[in-house]
Design a binder for this molecule. Structure first.
Ligand code: ADP
Length: 598
C-alpha cells in the first residue's frame, strides 16, 4: 500500500528521534522532513500532550487522541496509534478527528525574537557543532568567560576555564562527544584578575533523521554561592565534631517516645557503639550500668509528660568492665511541630577523678596542719615530762639519804621509791601520749616523686595564681630519682614556698614564678622556687627560718621554720638567697635516702 496516497499521518521514531514522515504529515503539520528530524516532530503536538507520546514510545499506551498543531495555526484532534512500540523503532499512524475548540497556541517566535529570548533569558546558553566546535554562546556566557565572541568561538573558550579544571573537563567533554549522550560537568570559569566562579554545565545532543548528532545544546548554571554555603556547612559540621571530640560531648535528639532519634558521631564513640547502628532508646539503655538503669528509665520517661528539662548522672559499662561516668542534660525545643528534646551527654570520668583527688589532698593537708600543731605543743609536753622527772630526782635523793644513815630508815626509803615509781609512770604516760599523737609520722616513709608532688600542689594555689596574674614556668628535668620520705610533709614545704613566693610578688609589676626540679648528683633532688618579688627582708635574711619571724601583718612566721624542720628531718636542707636580677630563690635539697634519724 502506498502510504503517501492515504489521508493518514505516518511517521517513525527510533532512539535517535524521528527518522521518517510521510507527505500527509508534512501537509497537515507544515513540518517537512528536515524540520521533523530528531526531536523536531514533537513540535507538531500540543505541549501538554508531548509527554503522552513518550508513554506510547515505551509501549505503555497503544492508542490516544492527541492535539496536533496544523499549518493553519490551529489545533486538530488526531487519533494516534503506536505500532511496534517498545522495540527499537515505533511506527506512528494518526487519523484526523476534528478541530479542537479554544486552545491557546503559543505564539510562534520570529528569528529575532528567538535571539532575544536566548540573550535575555537568565541563563548561560551555548551550542556546538557535532564535533564540539562552539558555534553559539549568549552574551551572558561570554561575559562570564571574560571573552569576546571571536576569542571564545570554536574551542577558544577554554582559556576562560580554570587551568586546573581544563584537562579533566576536556577529557570528559570529548568522551561525551564520542558517546552522544547528555553530559554534566563542573568547572571554574573566569580569569585570574577577576577570579573564578564554580559552574555546572549541562550538554545534550540533537539528532538528524539518520540518527547522527546534528548539534549540541547546553546551559551553564552558576553554582558558586551554593558551593560556598555547602563548604561553610561542611566546615561548621567539622568544627562541631571536633569540639564534641575535644570535650567528650555527644548530642542526642529525641522525641518523647524516642521514635525519632538522632545521635552525633561522638555519641556513638562515647557509648562505644558502632556508627552503623540504628540509634534508639534500647541501644542507649543497653550501655547504661545495670545499677543505674532503673533511675535512667524513670527520668527519661518524664519526657512523655513534656517536662522542659531533664538532667541526671549515669554510668555506662564499656567492654572489659570499664565504667565511665556521664552527665545527661536535655532541653525541650519548641522549634519543632511535635515535642522534641535536644540533649548532650558528657563524659565526666576524669573530672570526677580530679575532684576525688582534691578531696584526698585536702584531707592530707589537714593532717599536715595537725602535725605542725603537734610540733608547737611538743614544747609544752616536754614541760609536762620535766615535772615528774624533777620530782623523781628529788625523791630519789631523799631515798639515798634515808639509806645512807648509820641506821638506814628502810620504810621511809621504800615510801620514797613508791613515789618515784608513781612519778615515773606519770612521765611514761605523757611520753606514750606524745608518741601516739605522732604515730602518723612513723608510718610515713614511702617512695615520693617530688615532680609529682609539685604537679599536685600547684593546682591548690591555682586560684591565687590566676587572681594575682602570676605567670608560672615549670621545668622538670628527666630522670629525677624518687626519694624516701613523708609525702604530706613535703607537700607542705612546697605549698609554703609557693605561697610565700606568690605573696612576695603581691605588689610587683612583673610576676614570674619559676619552679624547677633537677637531680642533684646521683642521690638527691633539688627543687628551686624563684620569684620576682622584693627579695629577702633587708638586714633580716638570716632570721627568716626562725620560728615566729615574720614581716607580714597577718603572718605567723612558722612556715619556713616548719619547712626547715621537715627538710632536715628528711636529711636535706632548705636555703634562701637573693637573685641578682631581683627577687628571691628558695632551694629545697632532699637526698634520696634520709641520713639523719627519723
Ligand atoms: P610567714 O609567711 O607567716 O611570714 P614564713 O616563715 O613562711 O612565715 O616566712 C617568714 C618570712 O620570710 C616572711 O615574713 C618574709 O619576710 C620572708 N620571706 C619568705 N618567703 C619570701 C620570699 N619569697 N621573698 C621574700 N621574703 C620572703
Amino acid at each position: 500500500m502506498d502510504f503517501e496516497q492515504l489521508p493518514v499521518l505516518v511517521w517513525t521514531v527510533t532512539q535517535g528521534g524521528c527518522t521518517f514522515v510521510n507527505g500527509y504529515w508534512q501537509s497537515v503539520t507544515g513540518l517537512d522532513y528536515e524540520q521533523s528530524a530528531a526531536l523536531g516532530w514533537l513540535r507538531a503536538f500540543h505541549v501538554d500532550d508531548r509527554e503522552k507520546l513518550s508513554s506510547m514510545i515505551v509501549g505503555e499506551t497503544a492508542s490516544l487522541a492527541l492535539r496536533v498543531a496544523t499549518s493553519k495555526d490551529r489545533f486538530e484532534w488526531v487519533q494516534v496509534k503506536a505500532l511496534g512500540a517498545g522495540s527499537g523503532e515505533v511506527v506512528f499512524v494518526g487519523v484526523e478527528a476534528g478541530p479542537v475548540s479554544q486552545v491557546d497556541v503559543p505564539a510562534a517566535l520570529q528569528p529575532e525574537e528567538l535571539r532575544d529570548l536566548l540573550e535575555e533569558a537568565p541563563a548561560m546558553i551555548w551550542s556546538t557543532k557535532p564535533d564540539g566546535y562552539m558555534d553559539y554562546a549568549n552574551s551572558r556566557l561570554l561575559s562570564y568567560y571574560g571573552l569576546s565572541w571571536d576569542q571564545a568561538k570554536g574551542w577558544g573558550w577554554h582559556v576562560g576555564v580554570h587551568p586546573e579544571d581544563w584537562p579533566g573537563l576536556e577529557a570528559k567533554w570529548r568522551a561525551v562527544l564520542a558517546d552522544n549522550v547528555p553530559g554534566v560537568n563542573e568547572m571554574r570559569i573566569g580569569d585570574p584578575q577577576r577570579g573564578y566562579r564554580w559552574v555546572t554545565t549541562y550538554g545534550s545532543p540533537t539528532f538528524d533523521r539518520s540518527g547522527n548528532v546534528s548539534r549540541w545544546y547546553g546551559v551553564i548554571v552558576d553554582t558558586e554561592d551554593r558551593r560556598n554555603i555547602e563548604e561553610a556547612l561542611k566546615l561548621n559540621e567539622s568544627y562541631l565534631a571536633q569540639g564534641q571530640a575535644l570535650t567528650s560531648t555527644g548530642s542526642i535528639g529525641f522525641n518523647p517516645n524516642w521514635t525519632q532519634t538522632y545521635w552525633s558521631k561522638e555519641t556513638f564513640n562515647l557509648l562505644g557503639i558502632n556508627e552503623g547502628t540504628e540509634p534508639s532508646k534500647t541501644a542507649f539503655l543497653e550501655k547504661v550500668h545495670p545499677e543505674d538503669i532503673q533511675q535512667v528509665k524513670e527520668t527519661l520517661a518524664s519526657a512523655t509528660q513534656g517536662v522542659a528539662e531533664i538532667a541526671f548522672h549515669f554510668r555506662i559499662l564499656l567492654q572489659g568492665e570499664q565504667v565511665r561516668s556521664f552527665k545527661f542534660l536535655a532541653k525541650r525545643s519548641d522549634g519543632f511541630a511535635n515535642p522534641f528534646y535536644i540533649s548532650v551527654i558528657q563524659d565526666i570520668t576524669a573530672e570526677l577523678q580530679v575532684a576525688e583527688k582534691l578531696r584526698q589532698l585536702e584531707s592530707d593537708l589537714a593532717n599536715v596542719s595537725r602535725t605542725a600543731m603537734m610540733a608547737e605543743v611538743a614544747a609544752s609536753i616536754a614541760h609536762e615530762v620535766n615535772q615528774p622527772l624533777a620530782a623523781i630526782i628529788a625523791t630519789g635523793g631523799a631515798s639515798i639519804r634515808w639509806l645512807d644513815r648509820a641506821q638506814p630508815n628502810i620504810p621511809n626509803a621504800r615510801n620514797n621509791l613508791v613515789a618515784i615509781v608513781q612519778q615515773a609512770r606519770k612521765a611514761n604516760e605523757v611520753v606514750t601520749r606524745v608518741r601516739s599523737l605522732f604515730r602518723k609520722d612513723s608510718r610515713s616513709a614511702e617512695s615520693v616523686h617530688v615532680a609529682e608532688m609539685v604537679r599536685e600542689v600547684v593546682p591548690l594555689v591555682e586560684h591565687l595564681i590566676k587572681r594575682e596574674r602570676v605567670s608560672v614556668q615549670t621545668s622538670i628535668s628527666e630522670d629525677i630519682p624518687a626519694i624516701v620520705g613523708d609525702k604530706v610533709q613535703i607537700q607542705q614545704v612546697l605549698l609554703n614556698l609557693l605561697l610565700n613566693a606568690i605573696q612576695a610578688m603581691e605588689n610587683s609589676a612583673v610576676k614570674k614564678l619559676d619552679v624547677s626540679i633537677e637531680a642533684a648528683g646521683a642521690g638527691a633532688v633539688e627543687v628551686k622556687i624563684s620569684d620576682t618579688g622584693p627579695g629577702l627582708p633587708e638586714g633580716h635574711s638570716g632570721r627568716i627560718f626562725d620560728a615566729f619571724f615574720t614581716t607580714k601583718d597577718t603572718g605567723l612566721g612558722l612556715g619556713l621554720s616548719i619547712s626547715r624542720t621537715i627538710a632536715e628531718h628528711h636529711g636535706g636542707e632548705i636555703t634562701a638567697e637573693n637573685k641578682a636580677s631581683g627577687g628571691a630563690t628558695f632551694r629545697l635539697f632532699l637526698p634520696v635516702l634520709r641520713t639523719s634519724a627519723s
